[in-house]
Design a protein around this ligand. Structure first.
Ligand code: PLP
Length: 409
């Protein structure tokens, strides 16, 4: 008899986006003539930059010839791309990485989930709350949690670190000892950041407790302020305690093209039950070589193209476009009397629902009164209750229109 992984039964239905879709469908049915503006999605809207498109065409043409044909590539990614990553994403910020510390993949979502393969089930996991749901659900699937507790709306066995206006969105170090810590800055969903001093506290904690930080910096390109670390490795000693995930999805509009990378420094070690020190880099390499066959040549060429002078200019223009949207949302909401967070170093704006409304009550109000769709904060965790997320990834026209509608009561 085939037995299933019963941990999957502990998962809560990912009802957030399906409930949103149902509510929007219901609204459209009842109001077929009313326009709906979607500022809830985390997907980009601008096309892929010309430099990357050109590189993809050229790469495809290479494959036509027997000299240019590529079969299986290196599981870790082609050196031409890993060299560019090391040079432009790290060396430029004073961080020295070897090529074999960089692992190219088809997405940060997979990497954030797959990384759990190399860690024991009995590690204690800490996540911030609200959180990008992948960190939590993949640990539920792996069996690192107990059941979902309907009283607390949390999984027993996981350490939730609340981030809200009460602590200025700065997570406090856990009171109990944890082994695996997920941090995402600039943060999805709150759009807030940690400065170097705050991030250093986490690196120090991890060192003292022999813990590991899984640092997701998918949105680092959106940072506009000084003293905000783009990489956790800007903090001294972080290579001994942190893995970093980066994605081309939001940097270069690759949500559909699929390319990302994970940095696993050689200074990073984990331990066996008997206390032997084991290289995490070697474990991850082994995992990737066994379960992954690399990202397509054409895709990696497209990713490489963003590092050319022209490529950099083009992606910066796109990011500027989204950040102007972020400013429009942030300033517009403030003028309309809302309390808002984020949107300065991230494409997400996290607003406090007015008049004590819950996240879902505000969702309904915005949909029914203004035809605007956002994401209820509570969908990202219990500490998101009473908050709401809008994204800057919409078109300029829709963003302006949505904010005008919100301002005109
Ligand atoms: N990490 C965070 C924090 C994200 O918000 C997202 C996408 O929304 C991802 C990772 C996923 O990135 P990818 O498209 O590379 O899988």
């Amino acid at each position: 008899m085939i037995k299933i992984n019963e941990n999957y039964l502990k998962l809560q239905d990912s009802y957030l986006f399906s409930t949103i879709a149902k509510k929007v469908a219901d609204f459209t049915l009842k109001n077929p003539d009313k326009e709906i503006i979607k500022l809830g999605i985390g997907d980009v809207t601008l096309p892929i930059i010309p430099e990357s498109i050109k590189a993809m065409h050229e790469a495809a043409d290479e494959l036509k010839t027997s000299q240019g044909f590529k079969g299986y590539g290196p599981e870790q990614g082609y050196e031409f791309l890993r060299e560019k990553i090391a040079k432009y994403d790290y060396e430029k910020r004073g961080i020295k990485l070897d090529i074999d510390e960089i692992f190219v993949s088809d997405g940060s979502k997979c990497d954030c989930g797959n990384i759990g393969d190399i860690f024991a089930i009995n590690n204690k996991v800490a996540i911030t709350d609200p959180v990008y749901p992948v960190y939590l659900d993949t640990n539920v699937m792996a069996g690192r949690t107990n059941n979902f507790n309907k009283t607390t709306n949390q999984f027993d066995g996981i350490v939730y670190i609340p981030v809200s206006d009460k602590n200025e969105f700065i997570p406090e170090l856990p009171k109990e000892k944890v082994d695996i810590i997920y941090l995402c800055f600039p943060n999805n969903p709150t759009g807030t950041v940690l400065n170097k001093q705050e991030l250093k506290k986490w690196v120090d904690y991890a060192k003292q407790n022999k813990a590991i930080i899984l640092f997701d910096s998918a949105y680092e390109r959106y940072i506009t302020e000084e003293n905000i670390p783009h990489s956790i490795y800007e903090i001294e000693g972080a290579k001994e305690v942190a893995i970093e995930f980066r994605s081309f999805s939001k940097t270069a509009g690759f949500t559909g093209v699929r390319c990302a990378y994970t940095v696993v420094p050689k200074e990073l070690f984990g331990y066996t039950e008997s206390g032997d020190k084991i290289s995490i880099n070697k474990l991850w390499n082994r995992r990737q070589c066994t379960k992954f066959n690399g990202v397509s040549y054409v895709t990696q060429k497209a990713a490489e193209a963003i590092y050319s002078e022209q490529g950099q200019k083009e992606i910066e223009e796109n990011i500027k476009y989204y950040m102007e949207n972020a400013k429009t949302i942030r300033e517009g909401l403030k003028q309309a009397g809302f309390t808002v967070y984020g949107g300065i170093n991230a494409p997400y704006i996290w607003l406090k629902c007015p008049n004590g409304l819950t996240s879902w009550e505000f969702f309904d109000k915005l949909l029914y009164e203004k035809g605007i769709v956002g994401t209820p904060g509570v969908g990202f965790g219990p500490s998101g209750e009473g908050f709401f997320r809008l994204t800057a990834f919409g078109t300029r026209e829709n963003t302006i229109k949505a904010i005008e509608k919100i301002k005109n009561n």
